[in-house]
Design a protein around this ligand. Sequence first.
Ligand SMILES: [Zn+2]
Length: 172
Amino acid sequence: MPIVPDTKDWTWVAERRCDECGFDPATVVTADVAPLLRRTAERWVSFLSGEHEDLRRRPDDSRWAPIEYAAHVRDVIRIYDERLRLMVETDDPLYQNWDQDQSAVDERYLELDPADISRAIASEGPALADRFAAVTDWQRPGRRSDGARFTTESFARYFLHDLLHHLQDVGA
Ligand SMILES: [Zn+2]
């Protein structure tokens, strides 16, 4: 049951509103990043601890099950923590490539325990919020291996959209 790899280029969400989830980057100023990340992490934790019929059921062949989206969000937080550290500490870093669809398969997202994912998001989300709160230069550059370029500011918006958009994907 293949999930179609997400080859769609989502980098525009750092610039304009997403019609699917309503996220509007123009309304997110840099001072909002850390508090918005804390609130979003809390929403994921509360979603994972709520009642669900089946977190492991995929709605169709092209979409992940809620547990897979949650595990993806946990990994996004980890990877963006490392990327943000690189952007702050080094000049114009090239991020290591991350194949998110391959990670879902390799790390068996479907078999993970929601409580473990919840605990990870509850501790690592606020830790990354602290790292964002400490950013003083929001124009530091970084690059992805596909050529997409970010500043600490657009990177933060892109990242927040990912977490919020997937809340909608899981119906939270
Ligand atoms: Zn969206």
